[in-house]
Design a protein around this ligand. Sequence first.
Ligand SMILES: [Zn+2]
Length: 118
Amino acid sequence: MVNKKISGKIEDIKKGLLERKVALEQDLIRLSNEKLSDDQVQDVGDQAFTLTMEALRSSIQNSENEEYNRIIKALEAIEDGTYGICVDCSGEISEKRLMHYPNASRCIACQEKAELVG
Ligand SMILES: [Zn+2]
């Protein structure tokens, strides 16, 4: 099943996804290489700061990793010709939604249901 509504835009969407993928890759590499604390002895305030920054960094890493995985899936779906099809109900995801969320794998109705369930 193919989402025909967006077939004319698929190249643009793919380009956008690939650009985002490269940006995320660079960001994730930078985050994993970045060293927040140096080897000097830290006082308690510095340690607390470092811990906060590390927590922040790992939460950024997690969300970027998640987005990265969704982009990979979206690109795979483009290759398979299943892009723009809801993974839950197999309905077409609206063009408007895909323009805003190019890595969306569910239609709005199913996404809302999925979020309610958690
Ligand atoms: Zn759906």
